[in-house]
Design a protein around this ligand. Sequence first.
Ligand code: GLU
Length: 449
Amino acid sequence: MTSPVRVRFAPSPTGFLHVGGARTALFNWLYAKHTGGKLILRIEDTDKARNTVEAVQVIYDGLKWLGLDWDEGPGVGGDHGPYFQSERDAVYQRYLEKLQAADAVYLDDKGSTRFKLPRKPIVMEDLVCGRVEVDRSKPINPLGDLEPDMTIRRPDGSWIFHFVNVVDDIEMGITHVIRGEDHLSNTPKHIELYQALGATPPLFAHIPLILNRSGGKMSKRDQGASVQQYIDDGYVPEAVANYLCLLGWSPKDNREKIALDEVASLFELDKINRRNAAFDPDKCFWLNGQYIQQMPLERFRALCQPVLEHAGLPIGGFPNDYLDGVLASVKEKIKLFKDLPAWTSYFFTDDFPFDEEAVTKTLRAPGAPERLQQLAAHLETLPAEGWNHDAIEAAFKDLAAQAGVKTAAFIHPARVAASGRSVGPSLYHLLALLGQEKVLARLRAAASK
Ligand code: GLU
């Protein structure tokens, strides 16, 4: 019988959650969901200088935003804690003693503790990258140097990543290590440590690198590299998570939009692509638009509400029907939620901004104030209970026919007068939503300005 799957995401808090890290977390999460296993979050914070509360919070925020929950770790607890490496010194001490007892370590002339690499070949089968072989008895360069013994502890007593990473994976019962390919070359050393500690190594799956547009390894500075940026720009979390799935995995049927639950049901480690994944911010943006267009209004509202509240718009003072009407009118237009207040503020306040260019071009055009006055006088004749899209449309057309001009001659100034902008939802719809009283007041205010 195979033991239940236990995977982990083991970020070092750098103050930044990189899409590469988020994708690693996601693939671990998918595999845990696929197998009914557990995902452990372990914070690799042995670098004291970088170890701040804020830096860890960035990781929690990013994972939570993406919808990735963990079964054991900070905030959740579990039987294998503490889940911060900075609190596990006694564990590392105990494992160091095991290596000392096995005569597998020594102090070098600088006072560092080194692990004696076994001078023999080592072979590993990576679930994604295939077979990796190294032979420690062979030189690593033409000068005849052997791979130096691995440092596991510095003279100041601080621990080196390789050692604590392996110890924790043993102690936390990790069955599968899923991580970035940048760690592949470390893995033979890790396996040698497992063997020296008498532990069975987990299975390894190293996932391909993410490349930026110029084909280099995606770095912190590349566009789209920070998960926080997606949060700030107002992306749809499930769209970004979906996009991250496609970096090294695909459903093999050309679908791009695929829900996380379905990915989890299909997700197998040996189906991860070996080739590096090219990061395409435009595709992520496109996918985001697909999600917005296709999501139910209820989900759209849930994403909009906090953004509108944060912008200080008093949406709570309006009936639900009105809010839903407003949101439905812009759902096809919004690409990023950070744009939402600009698209909708005039629905919730009379103190909305006017776009300078639109004012100059449309409201200050010759004849515009007169047209707005005519329009207000005409729309005022509509009975309050007949204030709807079709009646408003008919009124505009009548008026244009009487004046012998195109309807657009009324539409453009009316839009700017009512909303401050030259773009927005269909005008008749916009006016119907706003209500007769507000519309008349805004048309007249703009005419007399
Ligand atoms: N702290 C390491 C990193 O962030 C973890 C590597 C691993 O997953 O084993 O790269």
